[in-house]
Design a protein around this ligand. Structure first.
Ligand code: 3PG
Length: 212
């Protein structure tokens, strides 16, 4: 069982910031995915933190061909399966259990699992994983921690998430062991609630331009 590295890499290397969102309805997720893709961020992680999440993934998958819809906050193999069945093209977990890794091994959608400590990273290497989420990035030690890991874990590349913001995103993206970051700032709750999708497209365009 190993990671579907090429498929995941093509998603994560396509944009510097993956929007991490929690949506209240499928309809608003469709508008949000369109707005983010219009700004240059087609890949979007819809977290399973709201009751609408699976319907939202299904709707974005069906109605927004320009988006690359992913599922986040996957904690169990059942959630992996449900997210994939809803149309998620990549799946993000804050950590890693053998059960979730097994589900990902049997499924098609590539998994981005979280790992942070040296032992967790060694366990993920043993399972054939190279692309990992680092969550919650700022609280775990942020840029200094990732710098310290780099010479030891040379095969590992991270997507740091949690506390990444316009103030520190450039420093994260400058690290050689960071492929992209995840963040919620490109889809602020107030703009979403107000239906201000033009503002979200503008934030996405700024984020998309962060890396060349
Ligand atoms: C995540 O789910 O990965 C994070 O909660 C997003 O963190 P942020 O809101 O600090 O960007």
């Amino acid at each position: 069982m190993s990671q579907k590295i090429e498929a995941l890499k093509s998603v994560l290397s396509g944009q510097p910031v993956i929007p991490v969102v929690a949506v209240e309805s499928a309809a608003s997720a469709v508008d949000l995915a369109r707005a983010l893709a219009a700004g240059g961020l087609p890949a979007i992680e819809i977290t399973l933190r709201t009751p609408a999440a699976l319907d939202a993934i299904r709707a974005v998958s069906a109605e927004v061909p320009e988006a690359i819809v992913g599922a986040g906050t996957i904690l169990t193999p059942e959630q992996y399966d449900a997210a994939e069945e809803a149309g998620a093209r990549f799946i993000v977990s804050p950590g890693a259990t053998m059960e979730v890794l097994d589900a990902a091994g049997a499924g098609e959608a590539p998994l981005l699992p979280g790992a942070a400590t040296p032992s967790e990273l060694m366990a993920m290497i043993e399972e054939g994983y190279e692309l990992l989420k680092f969550f919650p990035a700022e609280q775990l030690g942020g840029i200094a921690y990732l710098k310290a890991l780099a010479p030891v874990f040379q095969s590992i590349t991270f997507c740091p998430t949690g506390g990444v913001s316009p103030a520190n995103v450039r420093d994260y993206l400058a690290l050689p062991n960071v492929i992209c970051v995840g963040g919620s700032w490109v889809a602020p709750k107030d703009k979403l609630a107000a239906g201000d999708f033009a503002a979200i497209t503008a934030l996405a365009a700024e984020a998309a331009a962060l890396r060349g």
